[in-house]
Structure formats: C-alpha cells, structure tokens
Design a protein around this ligand. Structure first.
Ligand code: OGA
Ligand code: MN
Length: 221
C-alpha cells in the first residue's frame, strides 16, 4: 500500500481498499454509499433532462459492425456521457481514483473509461451476459452506479451476479439503490438486470485497456 493511501482522503478513497479486496477474492465488489447523495441527484437530474431532450436511444449489443439492437436481450435506453457538467466531472474524478488504485494494486493496465446513463422503464431488462468476451472490446473492469433514491425492494430491478462465466448458482443480487457502486471483472462475471416495476436509473462504465498501436486505432465505439 502507498504511504498516503487512506490518509489524505481523496475522492472515494475510503472505498477503494474494499473494492480491490472484493475484486481479488470474488471478481466483484458491492459498495453501498460510494457516491454522495448530492452527486447522485445531480447525475439523475442530468439523465432526466437529456432524456426529455430525446438524447437517449434504445441500447444496442456489440460494437461497430457487430452492433445490433435486440430487445430480446436488453430493452433499456442509454445515452453516452460527454464530460462538461460538474456532476460528470465529479463522477470521472471518482473513477480516476479507482482506476489508479486498481492499477497500483492489481496491475490491470486500465487505460480509459467509457460510460453511459441507462434508463430501464418498467418491465425493461438485460439478460445474462458478460461485458467482454476474449478481449473483443478491450473492456477489463465494469462499474455500475445506481441513481435511485427511495428504491423499494419489491420494485425489483436487481442486478443478479454469477461468480464465473459458466456458473449456474448465483453469487449475489444487488438492489439499485442511490449511491451503490458495483465493480466487477468484465470478462469473468456474468450478470443480468431483472425487470422492475419503476423507472430505474444508472450509470454503467467500462475501463478499457489501450489497444491502439502504430497501425491500428482502437476507439471505444
Ligand atoms: C450493462 C449492465 C447493469 C445494471 O449495461 O452492461 O449490465 O445494473 N448494467 O444496470
Ligand atoms: Mn453488463
């Protein structure tokens, strides 16, 4: 551990050791209260405004030439973050602290983050999937931050997590409560979003490795 880790209290620093321990032990970590309510509110407000102005699109699966819309697999709507607001900058600051801590402890070589808002309307879902498969999209580490204040258990909308790609028994389920951050290894941890009875807001993000070389440019999408 670095001398100053945990002492200076940089953004999210109180959570970073727990996240790293979880990743090592289980391949995932669940951190209730990771983001403060003020930030969660600002991000949710932004998502709602951008939704009102028609910026959300039916989510796709795969990227570039493989990109397809298949509502049998997922039915949520998404909108990519484009930095510029204070709330987004704060989110990026938290994620940068996480990126640096994970690289220092686990040598994962996390390079850049791509993230989008997602809205699941009542009945929307995302079937069991992995966020990356054989390094296809450079995604190494996935994060999900929930933006739902006052979420009730009976509304559903849990994130179901399995411990490894072929597992049949689940590892845990997470309620999408405001401020909870879920972090997991993109290639190892299958997960599924269960349908909810209420609108469900989140930010999903992926830390990617750097696949760009002298003769191959590898943009996120
Ligand atoms: C995803 C995803 C989980 C969630 O967007 O790939 O799995 O709980 N999201 O929103
Ligand atoms: Mn996913």
């Amino acid at each position: 551990m670095q001398d100053n880790a945990g002492l200076v209290g940089g953004v999210g620093s109180g959570y970073l050791d727990g996240i790293i321990d979880g990743l090592v032990r289980d391949g995932f970590a669940v951190s209730p209260g990771f983001a403060p309510v003020s930030l969660v509110r600002a991000l949710r407000k932004e998502a709602m405004e951008r939704d009102q102005s028609g910026e959300f699109k039916l989510a796709g699966i795969g990227r570039r030439q493989d990109h397809q819309k298949d509502t049998r697999v997922r039915s949520d709507r998404t909108c990519w973050l484009k930095a510029g607001t204070l709330a987004q900058c704060q989110w990026l600051e938290y994620m940068e602290a996480l990126r640096v801590a994970v690289n220092q402890s686990l040598f994962m070589g996390l390079f850049e983050l791509e993230s989008h808002f997602a809205i699941y309307g009542p009945g929307d879902y995302y079937q069991r999937h992995l966020d990356a498969f054989n390094g296809n999209n450079g995604r190494l580490l996935s994060v999900v931050l929930y933006l739902n204040e006052g979420w009730q258990s009976e509304w559903g909308g849990r994130l179901r997590i399995w411990p490894e790609p072929d597992a049949s028994r689940i590892a845990t389920e997470v309620e999408p409560r405001a401020g909870t951050l879920v972090t997991f290894l993109s290639e190892k941890i299958p997960h599924e979003v269960l349908a909810a009875t209420h609108e469900r807001y989140s930010i999903a993000g992926w830390f990617r490795c750097n696949n760009t070389t002298a003769d191959w440019l590898d943009p996120p999408r």
